[in-house]
Ligand binder design. Sequence first.
Ligand SMILES: *[C@@H]1O[C@H](CO)[C@@H](O)[C@H](O)[C@H]1NC(C)=O
Ligand SMILES: [Zn+2]
Length: 206
Amino acid sequence: MYKTIGIIICFIYVVESRQISQTEASVPVNDTEEYSNEPKIISRAEWGAREPAGPIEDLPQYPPPYVVIHHSATPGCTSQAICQSRVRSFQNYHIDHNKWNDIGYNFLVGEDGNVYEGRGWGKRGAHCPKYNAKSIGICVIGNFTSQEPNLIAIEVLKDLIAFGVSKGEIKENYNLIGHRQGSSTTCPGEKFYDLIKTFPHWQSNP
Ligand SMILES: *[C@@H]1O[C@H](CO)[C@@H](O)[C@H](O)[C@H]1NC(C)=O
Ligand SMILES: [Zn+2]
């Protein structure tokens, strides 16, 4: 009898302490940009990138003080297989049609919850001429004119930026802008642009 009660009490104790540690693990230490969730970055080799058509310059201004947000203005993707095929098609278009040396963005984010490596950290992108030398350009795959990216993509985008800051790949007090603030374009789409205006580092007057 006492043995049974003892086992039950032990069991409750174990379950309870497990719940407490799970809760602690998922609650951020504070609400600053401190990196907590490392995003999953699908490497170029994994998504089947082509070799760049020419050399890719290092970022002249490093670490970059800007993050420039884009959308692809294409259908989105919620599986890795489809996202990878979209990323390959962007790379083909940027190299074959635009005559750039590689895919223009530093990173892409899919609504599948993955990050796709473009030019990567520390490299000059081709995505927003006024800012290419001093920014990390991130494209969320999809058309966000009349809808926001899904919650996973938004979370992963924030995680990627925080991760970049934690690694010293993005300046700590960086400014975040939408592509339309640097070029004449509707990118990153009306709804998504409205959303990024609420991000803490968004700069109204870059
Ligand atoms: C993006 O979506 C908007 C509104 O849904 C649509 O009018 C526009 O044609 C789409 N853009 C592209 C490039 O498909
Ligand atoms: Zn853009």
